[in-house]
Design a protein around this ligand. Structure first.
Ligand SMILES: Cc1ncc(COP(=O)(O)O)c(C=O)c1O
Length: 378
């Protein structure tokens, strides 16, 4: 019997009292000076500097969510027997706050991240956090740390990392009865230092990231730990990212370790692997599928085999390829490499760059937000 056909007892059922969380602010008594913030924002890097505050809430099986607050950024105290350290019961999200030219600050489709956190949490037997509570946590943190949101120039933003982990002191394999949810924020510049340049992708046939019935569609830390060895294999072959192939039959291309993948055909089709339960339902991916028609491209979600990928590049059916995700937005792919050879895309990434601009224009408020994707915070 496949695990999915069992009735999985959801942590959701244990969540009775539905009082909206407020995440009231306890201000940091020693925030960084304006000069220190300015120095970080001038060259933020990616994921290395953090703001003055964090949002935190605690869940227990008996009491549901409580202790919600935005408080000074600082370490957690985790008992050595804390469940997450042993059984990796953890999920996370990633989204950004963008400053527009008029100084206002906006989130891009945060309710989609909130829903995806719910899906990931359900898969990992973690409790459900209501969409509005997720948004209150993120918005309260962004308001508290608004001076940390960089200017709109240079593709900078405030990267937000919501996450949830098993925080029970217990050695044993069962769903934790005490869980912590938190959001931290990190001013960020472009994900790939050196700007938008085509990257080469290693197609691994040694390692898998996910399998049918596994956790590939959940954003849980273990997936990323599992992908590292393949990424390092990729580095050895001069590639910066890895493309994973379906684990059992090896008959379909899935996604990169931290990004979805798209192909553009000579006749203007925009092809991406269908969501089969083993890949992440990327918010950038779904946004690109939605805006494709505006750019004269016909979106197509379907199975793509490695043979079709490599053969299609060789015979000119695929003229562009790119990866996409919140962190790096849209990045052109220069070539795919595997133990069997190298398949180079033609130079020139006209469609890829048009898609990139279309998404960034919405996120930075340079075009009207006709789909209601942006949520103003400040
Ligand atoms: C495995 C994986 N695939 C795809 C994505 C892209 O998702 P999104 O566009 O929501 O950032 C991410 C990044 O979150 C990811 O980690």
């Amino acid at each position: 019997m496949r695990p999915n056909s069992w009735t999985i007892p959801s942590q959701k059922k244990r969540y009775h009292s539905r009082m909206a969380l407020r995440f009231n602010l306890t201000a940091n008594p020693t925030p960084r000076t304006e000069a220190e913030v300015a120095e970080v924002l001038a060259d933020p890097g990616f994921g290395v500097r953090f703001t003055d505050h964090m949002a935190v809430a605690t869940w227990t099986k008996s009491g549901g969510w409580s202790d919600d607050q935005v408080r000074p950024y600082g370490p957690f105290q985790i008992d050595p027997a804390g469940a997450v350290l042993h059984y990796a019961q953890e999920v996370f999200e990633g989204l950004k706050a963008y400053r527009h030219a008029d100084g206002s600050i906006h989130l891009f489709r945060p309710e989609a991240n909130a829903r995806r956190l719910q899906t990931s949490a359900a898969r990992m037997m973690l409790p459900e956090l209501a969409v509005e509570d997720f948004i209150t946590a993120v918005e309260t943190l962004v308001r508290a740390d608004q001076r940390w949101v960089p200017d709109f120039e240079g593709e900078k933003s405030l990267y937000l990392r919501p996450f949830m982990f098993a925080d029970e002191v217990f050695l044993g394999v069962r769903a934790a009865e005490r869980v912590t949810f938190a959001v931290i924020a990190s001013p960020s510049g472009p994900y790939f230092a050196g700007g938008v340049k085509p990257v080469d992708i290693w197609v691994t046939d040694s390692y898998a990231r996910a399998g049918v019935g596994g956790t590939g569609a959940a954003k849980c830390g273990g997936n990323y730990a599992a992908s590292l060895i393949a990424q390092y294999e990729g580095y050895e072959h001069g590639c910066s990212q890895v493309l994973f192939i379906e684990a059992a039959d090896k008959d379909r291309v899935e996604e990169l370790g931290g990004m979805n993948v798209f192909l553009v055909t000579a006749e203007g089709k925009l092809v991406t692997p269908a969501l089969t339960g083993t890949i992440l339902d990327g918010i950038t991916r779904s946004s690109i599928l939605t805006v494709a028609a505006d750019l004269g491209l016909a979106p197509e979600e379907r199975q793509v085999s490695p043979d079709e990928l490599f053969g299609g590049i060789a015979d000119g059916r695929f003229v562009e390829a790119f990866s996409c995700g919140t962190a790096a937005v849209v990045t052109p792919i220069g070539a795919f490499r595997s133990t069997a050879g190298e398949w180079k895309l033609p130079s020139g990434s006209e469609h890829t760059l048009a898609i990139r601009d279309a998404i960034l224009d919405i996120q930075y408020g340079r075009v009207p937000d006709t789909r209601g994707w942006m949520r103003r915070v400040v």
